[in-house]
Design a protein around this ligand. Structure first.
Ligand code: SF4
Ligand code: SF4
Length: 356
């Protein structure tokens, strides 16, 4: 199973769509449990995937170092803004299987949302991590919002030749409504159509551009249904707060349904399935691919039913666009132009949630 270990509730940035740190009262900025309790808890899972998460996880490199000196996870992942990349030694960077760096696309878009100079610092971090000898999957983790052009920002990131994969999440539901509906219709959905066509053209030439939402949807259409939800929150993925609480999802810090127990008293086997996606998703025809998208959004519906349906419309559009590619992808597999190995992504839960 996947464990998102929140090393601190604090963040060193205050991005426009997020607002920065969790309040100390909800996710303590210091770890409150003993390392041995965490190690005991994780030792009960034979193949734990460990992902460091925050706040900004690199604000607590001590926990990262101590944990990695004491255990060998089956896979090791971190989601970071990268600004403090040099705080972690090359020896530790080499142990990671996937590093997700937050960057929103072009410099002006990234710096508008994340702060002046952040774009350059993220690319410096990427260079440092690679120079450290990291050989794993370097993933750009975008948040896309009002100023984003999914076409231009994704193509910009692919043109850098820095990232193996690019994933994006919609700035929907968490913040106030910033004109999401109009942006979906006028910008995101038409540009997603264009982006998928460009991606499909590359596929036909035997080149798999690592766009996670497109690959993740194609995986479900070609190989097997996506998990529900695709991030596996509450099913096979759990967050461990700095308080020692086990959460169904790392955002579910202030809701009762999110709290599943604590590392001192619970064992991993007791956790799955206490909170699940249900109706209307389970009867939706897109469910085998969409998986209900996001457990938190499903439970909380912060933009109401209309907001929920609006986000659904973006998911359906994505799925239909990738569905158009399926016959060609099947043919390319049969002809041996592409292999299943190339198209099956992600191969393990690397914390990319697949459905934006
Ligand atoms: S498209 Fe909407 S209703 Fe359908 S499964 Fe996804 S989130 Fe649920
Ligand atoms: S996609 Fe939703 S449910 Fe899954 S980890 Fe993210 S916020 Fe939580």
């Amino acid at each position: 199973m996947l464990y998102l270990i929140m090393t601190t509730g604090r963040c060193n940035l205050s991005c426009r769509y997020c607002g920065g740190s969790f309040p100390d009262s909800l996710v303590p900025w210091e770890v409150k449990y003993r390392l041995d309790d965490l190690l005991d808890f994780l030792s009960k899972d034979r193949e734990p995937i460990v992902a460091f998460y925050g706040g900004e996880p690199l604000l607590n490199t001590k926990l990262i170092g101590d944990l990695l000196d004491s255990m060998e996870p089956s896979k090791l992942v971190i989601q970071t803004n990268g600004l403090l990349a040099r705080k972690l030694s090359p020896r530790l960077w080499r142990r990671f299987d996937a590093v997700l760096l937050s960057i929103d696309g072009r410099e002006e878009v990234t710096d508008y949302y994340r702060g002046r100079g952040v774009y350059k610092r993220v690319l410096e971090a990427a260079a440092y991590i690679r120079k450290s000898g990291f050989k794993g999957d370097l993933i750009a983790r975008m948040t896309v919002s009002e100023k984003s052009s999914i076409l231009r920002d994704v193509l910009h990131l692919t043109s850098l030749g820095v990232f193996d994969h690019i994933h994006w999440q919609l700035d929907a539901v968490w913040s106030r409504d910033w004109g999401f509906k109009r942006w979906l219709r006028e910008s995101y959905m038409p540009e997603l159509t264009q982006l998928t066509s460009i991606w499909a053209r590359k596929l036909s030439q035997g080149e798999v551009v690592g766009l996670v939402p497109l690959l993740g949807v194609l995986r479900a259409l070609l190989f097997e249904p996506n998990p529900a939800p695709p991030c596996e929150a509450g099913v096979k993925a759990f967050a461990i707060s700095t308080s020692g609480d086990i959460l169904a999802c790392p955002i579910a810090v202030d809701v009762e349904w999110g709290k599943l127990g604590s590392i001192e008293s619970a064992s991993p086997g007791e956790l799955p399935g206490r909170v699940r996606i249900g109706s209307p998703c389970t009867t939706c025809k897109y469910f085998p691919v969409c998986g209900g998208r996001c457990l938190y959004a499903y439970m909380e519906r912060l933009w109401g039913e209309e907001g929920f349906r609006l986000v659904c419309s973006s998911v359906k559009h994505l799925i239909e666009e990738v569905r158009r590619v399926k016959p060609a992808a099947t043919r390319l597999l049969e002809e041996g132009v592409l292999s299943g190995e190339q198209l099956y992504y992600p191969k393990y839960n690397n914390t990319t949630e697949i459905i934006p």
